[in-house]
Design a protein around this ligand. Structure first.
Ligand code: ADP
Length: 569
């Protein structure tokens, strides 16, 4: 709740203005039945048409004030809710971009998405609602009781006697119903996750004829969500009808007792009519309060989920100023060990060092830990043991912005955004057209001119380019920044042999000072590297040049014989 208060605070004066309008509007609403009773019991018996018109006019005026006050207040409420939620979403998004990768793993992406969308929507709705009816309902409830006391205290006693029943329902709802919504939101996360996985992998699912399995998997989660919804809704379903029932019972009682009192001359008929109105107003206010409680509880669950993210651990951006030591190796892994789950290591005791401009090839089957090494180098995760140094400085001591700016990266399935080719290559950096064109040429992305040059259109996720074209687009992006360290994650896998050779030549020629790290499963992509690291199950099986490894590393020799055939022998 503190979260919501913190975000609403800047709009406090607007909020106070809106609430004042609401307050007076509501008082007018409350005043109207009283005025009606007065007209019926005191003015009508005078049989003076002028007086009746006068009071009729006053009633019209009251309704007008109530109407306009409520409209203004509701508009203000919507604007405060909109602005506060916009800021929550803004901060939340910013925070997500700064979260450590470990935190992102912990929350999971689908959960982050629903926190960003569904949860902020619940918060939006609650902020608006508290202002619209959160203040109105208590005024109607308390004010209504006070006014009825002055009208007819005996009838008021009837009303007060009913309140504990109402309170009981409110208590039941908040104890039983509210926790159910927390569970429901968790399951919705699950649903989002499955939909997301499915849609991302829709082609492969179709290709492998897994559609039926996936349908069933989805159906199971869908069932669970529906069951939770049913459970929560069936508790909540008790609420309104029970309140309505009590209301109707109360009205019957008021008419019954009221008629006897009018007969006995204890009270006027106008009073009874007004009392009926107040009775409805008061019980409706109670009903509204239970509705607010439901929504409040949903929003509370949501604000906790948002707060969790806002309190999540951030990447440490500080670090001393980076002063590279020209004597030290450019990139150095020193007995690096790391585990995602902190139980079994995913990479273990990795050591190698590269001079500026050298090329490293990392070879290994999927799941060997190749990408993990890159993530550690980029400091998406911190090593558990050992150290990674760039220019002699531990990456933990390099300011994060400086560190990340050193890299040009081509990941597999990397992000291509909707926009133009130029925008995708520049990616918000200050890069001139000439530099971009040079990068395109070096990346062997000659197809760009056929696609409309730098202004050419890119649809979402680059779907209007083939796999190989996408890779070269990403490569152009990586090269355009003139990086110190270039990382190619199987970047050449979709390139034909000739293009790959041209690319290697262009890299050698134009990027002599760039240290290049290539990840590959194919030996041909890395056999010319200065250093080759062979990985299997996170263990280093060998470090050296092609020739050295052919001598010393049985695994490398085996892969070479498999992939290159006899040509090396
Ligand atoms: P490669 O790039 O060689 O295919 P990875 O470095 O991606 O291999 O994966 C190495 C191991 O680490 C695998 O067993 C994989 O399951 C695990 N792993 C990768 N990313 C994560 C993650 N975010 N959370 C937990 N385990 C992970």
């Amino acid at each position: 709740m503190q979260l919501i208060l913190r975000y609403v605070k800047p709009y406090f004066s607007r909020l106070a203005g809106g609430m004042t309008c609401k307050f007076f509007g509501t008082i007018m609403d409350l005043f109207l039945p009283w005025l009606l009773a007065y007209v019926l019991d005191e003015i009508v018996p005078l049989k003076d048409a002028g007086q009746v018109y006068l009071y009729g006019g006053a009633m019209l005026l009251c309704s007008f004030f109530a109407w306009s006050g409520n409209i203004i207040a509701n508009r203000v409420a919507a604007s405060v809710a909109r602005d506060a939620t916009r800021r929550i979403r803004h901060d939340l998004f910013g925070k997500i971009t700064r979260l450590t990768s470990r935190e992102i793993d912990r929350f999971t992406i689908p959960s982050l998405i629903s926190r960003m969308t569904t949860d902020t929507f619940y918060i939006y709705r609650m902020i608006g609602m508290i202002q619209r009816i959160g203040i109105r309902a208590p005024i109607l409830l308390i004010g209504g009781i006070i006014v009825t006391m002055t009208l007819d205290s005996a009838l008021s006693a009837l009303l007060v006697a009913m309140l504990p029943f109402m309170g009981g329902i409110v208590w039941f709802i908040s104890r039983r119903g509210v926790p159910l919504y927390g569970a429901l939101q968790k399951q919705c996360d699950n649903l989002t996750r499955i939909v997301r996985e499915n849609l991302n992998g829709i082609r492969i699912i179709k290709a492998l004829s897994k559609t039926e399995d996936e349908k069933q998997r989805f159906a199971r989660v869908n069932e669970t969500v529906a069951a939770s919804e049913t459970k929560a809704a069936s508790v909540m379903a008790v609420n309104s009808p029970t309140m309505q029932f009590l209301l109707n019972m109360g009205l019957v009682l008021v008419v019954f007792v009221g008629a006897k009192r009018v007969d006995a001359g204890l009270t006027g008929a106008g009073n009874i009519i007004a009392f009926l109105s107040y009775f409805t107003i008061i019980l409706n206010a109670m009903l509204t309060i239970t509705r607010i409680l439901t929504m409040y509880s949903k929003a509370l669950a949501s604000s906790r989920r948002v707060e969790e993210v806002l309190n999540g651990a951030e990447e440490k951006r500080d670090g001393e100023e980076y002063l590279p030591d020209a004597q030290a190796p450019h990139v150095e892994f020193d007995h690096v060990t790391f585990s995602y789950n902190k139980k079994t290591p995913d990479v273990q005791d990795i050591s190698f060092s590269l001079k500026k401009g050298q090329r490293l090839g990392i070879l290994g089957p999927t799941g060997a830990g190749k990408s993990t090494l890159i993530k550690l180098l980029l400091r998406l995760y911190d090593v558990d043991e050992g150290a990674i140094r760039i220019g002699g400085t531990d990456v933990k001591d390099i300011p994060l912005e400086t560190l990340r700016r050193m890299f040009g990266i081509v990941f597999q399935n990397d992000a291509i955004f909707r926009g133009t080719i130029g925008e995708n290559i520049r990616l918000g950096r200050e890069i001139s057209v000439e530099e971009m064109e040079a990068a395109i040429a070096d990346a062997q992305a000659a197809f760009v001119s056929e696609k409309g040059g730098l202004e050419g259109e890119v649809v979402s996720r680059g779907q209007n380019f083939s796999g190989g074209q996408q890779q070269r687009l990403l490569l152009s992006r990586a090269l355009a920044g003139n990086p110190d360290i270039l990382i190619l994650d199987d970047a050449a896998s979709a390139l034909d042999f000739k293009t790959e050779a041209n690319l290697r030549a262009a890299l050698k020629k134009g990027y002599g000072d760039t240290t290049v790290i290539t990840i590959a499963q194919r030996i041909s992509a890395i056999m010319h590297s200065d250093v080759i690291l062979v990985l299997e199950d996170g263990q280093p099986m060998g470090v050296g040049t092609h020739e050295e490894l052919m001598e010393s590393c049985p695994l490398y020799r085996e892969i070479a014989q498999l992939q290159l055939g006899g040509e090396e022998e």
